[in-house]
Design a protein around this ligand. Structure first.
Ligand SMILES: O=C(CO)[C@H](O)[C@H](O)COP(=O)(O)O
Length: 225
């Protein structure tokens, strides 16, 4: 059975109670915490930095923290997030001056390195990077905001990335992020995703365990299980 990972995006959490919110989604069955970093430069929105990641560690969160850097430039924040407790760090290739160097920098700090492909970013960015990456993140919305509609054409992109991963023979996780809900998570899994970021679909519900359980029920129906 293929392992599936559910990663709630704290972008939709109640920031005034962030530690409790993260505890609650983990207790509800989440696997990983997705941490969206926006700089009002690469994307037109502003969120949080390494101090907030460190605060979650100080609060006692031990689960993997998956930092998605929507920032330009990239490298200056990699070390800060690694030291603040990030487990995984991904970035957008258009935002890095030297993509290979950024991947090496992430891994040199003991973190998993991921490359993020926006809906219109070509797969050619994987040509000389896939042999080094730990994961690929396919954006199924344009980055910058939670609560957007899933873009259906990204299912085909997931399939193409999955084919490349299989051809590589390497153990590379395929994450999907944006507009993931109970009613489309199965399609994303069947297209090849194995890690699912969901912000508004989880945090906008009162019962986090119920929605995560519904997502797992959908994932258990996939033909890949
Ligand atoms: O990276 C993001 C936006 O840039 C968010 O992680 C993503 O949109 C998740 O939010 P939602 O599940 O509400 O779509």
């Amino acid at each position: 059975m293929q392992p599936y990972f559910i990663a709630p995006s704290i972008l939709s959490a109640d920031f005034a109670r962030l530690g409790e919110e993260v505890d609650a989604v983990l207790a509800a069955g989440a696997d990983v915490i997705h941490f969206d970093v926006m700089d009002n430069h690469y994307v037109p929105n502003l969120t949080f930095g390494p101090q907030v990641c460190q605060s979650l560690r100080d609060y006692g969160i031990t689960a993997d923290i998956d930092v998605h850097l929507m920032v330009k430039p990239v490298d200056s924040l990699i070390q800060m997030f690694a030291e603040a407790g990030a487990s995984m760090i991904s970035f957008h290739p258009e935002a890095s001056e030297h993509v290979d160097r950024s991947i090496q920098l992430i891994q040199s700090h003991g973190c998993k390195a991921g490359l993020v492909l926006n809906p219109a970013t070509p797969l050619t960015y994987l040509d000389y990077t896939l042999d080094k990456l730990d994961y690929v993140l396919v954006m199924s919305v344009n980055p910058g905001f939670g609560g957007q509609q899933f873009i259906p054409s990204t299912l085909d992109k997931l399939k193409q990335v999955r084919q490349r991963i299989e051809a590589s023979g390497r153990d590379i996780r395929l994450e999907v992020d944006g507009g993931i809900k109970v009613d489309n998570i199965r399609a994303a899994a069947e297209a090849g995703a194995d890690m699912f970021v969901a912000g508004s679909a989880i945090f906008n519900q009162t019962d986090y365990a119920q929605v995560i359980s519904q997502m797992r029920t959908e994932l258990n129906k996939t033909s890949l299980c």
